[in-house]
Design a protein around this ligand. Structure first.
Ligand SMILES: [Zn+2]
Length: 214
């Protein structure tokens, strides 16, 4: 095995990134161009805070919750287990998690699901039928004292029922990491480094996330 690989698990931010229905479209505009006589190239970006690879903070579902800039870096950096779920599973339930029969639940879990088989999902139109966690699975992870949970599509919760899963995870202080690109990643334990932009007082923030071999 190659050692000390740095594996980028962040989705490329571009205008072809799928956007959650109703969220602002992602737009990158060249405001100044050297080609037009300016002395520098300067772009302006318009995007939802939940674009591509990003984290959710409790403020996303609770007005009294803390924001992304208040999440300690200790939660965002450290050992993480990538779990390859059976690709026939459309919803990760508590039973699915029990069937994994893990002796120990690492504190950071990244789920690689059927979503990773949707070729370059981060450049395709939005799809509603992505694999996500059930509320029971969210409760299970909270009981296992997980501090970060990630998934390979834009939401940790099913499209039709987003509230309960987010509320359970966020009220337990669990960082939600969404929009991961795990296509090239195999199951195993890694070091996760997830660095969300330090935007003050906001409920979600785009992040660069990488895995490193332990
Ligand atoms: Zn989000």
């Amino acid at each position: 095995m190659m050692e000390n690989r740095i594996l980028d698990i962040s989705s490329p931010i571009s205008a072809s990134l799928p956007v959650w229905p109703g969220d602002p479209a992602l737009e990158i505009v060249a405001e100044m161009k050297i080609a037009d006589g300016a002395s520098a190239n300067v772009s302006r970006m318009t995007m939802s805070a939940h674009s591509g690879t990003h984290i959710d903070a409790p403020l996303h579902f609770f007005d009294s919750g803390y924001a992304t800039d208040e999440i300690s870096l200790e939660k965002l950096i450290g050992e993480a287990l990538v779990i390859q779920m059976d690709e026939r599973i459309p919803l990760i339930t508590e039973e699915c998690l029990q069937n994994l029969k893990l002796q120990v639940w690492p504190r950071r879990i990244l789920f690689k699901t059927v979503n990773s088989t949707y070729q370059n999902w981060s450049r395709q139109p939005f799809r509603k039928d992505f694999c996500a966690l059930s509320a029971g699975a969210a409760r299970f992870l909270a009981e296992k004292n997980v501090i970060l949970v990630g998934i390979d599509y834009l939401s940790i919760a099913p499209f039709d029922e987003p509230d309960a899963v987010h509320q359970i995870l966020l009220s337990a202080g669990i960082v939600i990491l969404e929009g991961l690109d795990l296509g090239e990643i195999s199951q195993g334990l890694y070091k996760l480094i997830c660095l969300p932009l330090k935007i003050v007082g906001i409920e979600g923030a785009p992040a660069r996330a990488i895995l490193m071999d332990l």
